[in-house]
Design a binder for this molecule. Structure first.
Ligand code: GAR
Length: 198
């Protein structure tokens, strides 16, 4: 799993993966910065951690290669991004084709990027939500695996809306990652088909 921040989605996945039927296991947690809460959560769960400092690399490509190496060294077969706030270079998709999953706090293709909740509020949408998708070469763009709506209330601010979005994330992300780990997601072009229960 790749993280940058508080790691509440990481925690939801750690908890879900305790179920023997989950289908996979988290073998390493990689962060682009030290001293984030997500790393504490991983350590508390006994999961190895690696820090690949963004600032230690000359460019996105060499940073991405180092992230991929950390993931591969741990024996991981896929990457799950949970609040990872760096854009990976295309080399990551070459090394893990259809094996990188991301969660985004909006209904893509609306509001891609790092400030999705703020932008949804500023735009005045009445409905936003959560998207889980495969990562491709473009930012917040790859084939959509699952989406759930979240209503925007008139008195919402960024914090209150993001908190409701995160409640949905913590329910949806483990379901998607479990289905992926069980080999129940099939990608055909832009369309992702689920086999078996949702
Ligand atoms: C999540 O809400 C996730 O959707 C968002 O960052 C948050 C991380 O929270 N990701 C993006 O905005 C990606 N563009 P967490 O660290 O508590 O899981």
């Amino acid at each position: 799993m790749l993280v940058s921040g508080s790691g509440s989605n990481l925690q939801a996945l750690i908890d879900a993966a305790e179920d023997p039927g989950f289908g996979g296991r988290i073998v390493v947690v990689v962060s682009d910065r030290a001293s984030v809460r997500a790393l504490d959560r991983a350590e508390a769960a006994g999961i190895p951690t690696r820090v690949v400092e963004w600032s230690a690399f000359a460019d996105r490509d060499s940073f991405t290669r180092a992230v991929c190496d950390a993931v591969a060294d741990a024996g991981a077969e896929a990457m799950v991004l949970a609040g990872f706030m760096r854009i990976l270079a295309p080399v990551a998709i070459e090394r893990f084709p259809e094996r990188i999953i991301n969660i985004h706090p909006a209904l893509l293709p609306a509001f891609p990027g790092a400030h999705a909740v703020r932008q949804a509020l500023a735009h005045g949408v009445k409905l936003t939500g959560v998207t889980v998708h495969f990562v491709d070469e473009q930012v917040d763009h790859g084939p959509i695996i699952a989406q759930e709506p979240v209503r925007v209330f008139p008195d919402d601010d960024e914090a209150s809306l993001h908190a409701r979005i995160q409640q949905v994330e913590h329910d949806l992300y483990p379901k998607v990652v479990s289905a992926f780990a069980q080999g129940r997601l099939r990608v055909a072009g832009r369309i992702v088909y689920w086999e078996g229960p949702r």
